[in-house]
Design a protein around this ligand. Structure first.
Ligand SMILES: [Zn+2]
Length: 261
């Protein structure tokens, strides 16, 4: 395992007693300075002798490790809601219902494998005016570090699965699983006509907080133009779903909600 992969797994391991590969979404695990200031950090060891230990790499500022060309803001006042790792037959329809009730549209960052399995949900996402984002074929966290030809095949294959469901569907964005971007993946996405969509607000809904906590975290961190990361796939999304009516209404009232353009 490469050092970065070890580091990326270390914090969730400590926080959740879980681990990478447990099936929960990995987005947000790239850590960095989350806008969620309340997230706990592992205690720093305090040896009685010797030099003070270097702080863990995970607390280093995220922008320093991100390549250029990532979108984290909409560029206008409206905030963007993004839902990752679906479509999922249980959660995606209910999220779509909440969005419809609130009369807002969002961005769905879908996996190729899930799009192939649930083409009806891809069709509903498009029919109801939402935006699609390519989130790779099977959520390979290391995809961005693989050979360029392999990256291109993965992203191409995912767009093909989407367009099998909806011929000619627009896929204006790509989002790297786990936020583990490289210059190479940003370049390949651009060559395939996709801009790279990161996020500004991560309430860490993958770590199973309560609905009230998700709402509180988003409310505290959202700013004009924020791109907000949520999940409609990758695990039990009951809390995200329960949070969504209040969360959407609050963001809509303060900033307006619309996909990035
Ligand atoms: Zn994801």
């Amino acid at each position: 395992m490469r050092p970065r992969a070890v580091l990326a797994c270390a914090l969730p391991l400590l926080l959740l007693l879980g681990g990478c590969g447990d099936g929960t979404p990995a987005d947000g695990r790239a850590a960095g300075p989350s806008p969620v200031a309340s997230a706990p950090l592992p205690p720093e060891p305090t040896p009685s002798v010797g030099p003070r230990p270097t702080p863990p790499a995970l607390v280093r500022p995220l922008p320093a490790r991100l390549p250029a060309g990532l979108r984290r803001k909409t560029g206008v006042r409206t905030v963007a809601l993004t839902f990752d790792d679906g479509p999922h037959p249980t959660w995606t329809p209910q999220i779509l219902d909440r969005l419809r009730a609130a009369k807002v549209t969002a961005t769905f960052c879908v996996l190729g494998t899930k799009a192939r399995r649930h083409p009806d949900l891809i069709r509903r996402i498009v029919r109801e005016g939402h935006q699609l984002c390519n989130h790779s074929w099977r959520h390979d966290l290391d995809l961005a570090r693989r050979p360029v030809a392999e990256i291109r095949r993965d992203l191409d294959r995912t767009n093909e699965a989407i367009r099998e469901a909806v011929p000619g569907a627009k896929v204006p964005f790509y989002r790297q699983p786990g936020g583990r971007w490289t210059r190479e993946v940003v370049t390949v996405a651009r060559q395939l006509g996709m801009r790279s969509l990161h996020w500004e607000v991560d309430p860490r809904d993958w770590s199973k907080p309560t609905a009230a906590t998700i709402t509180k975290r988003v409310r505290a961190a959202a700013r004009p133009g924020s791109v907000v990361l949520l999940h409609d796939g990758g695990g039990d999304r009951a809390a995200t779903l329960a949070a969504s009516p209040h969360l959407i209404a609050d963001l809509k009232r303060r900033y307006g909600v619309a996909p990035p353009r």
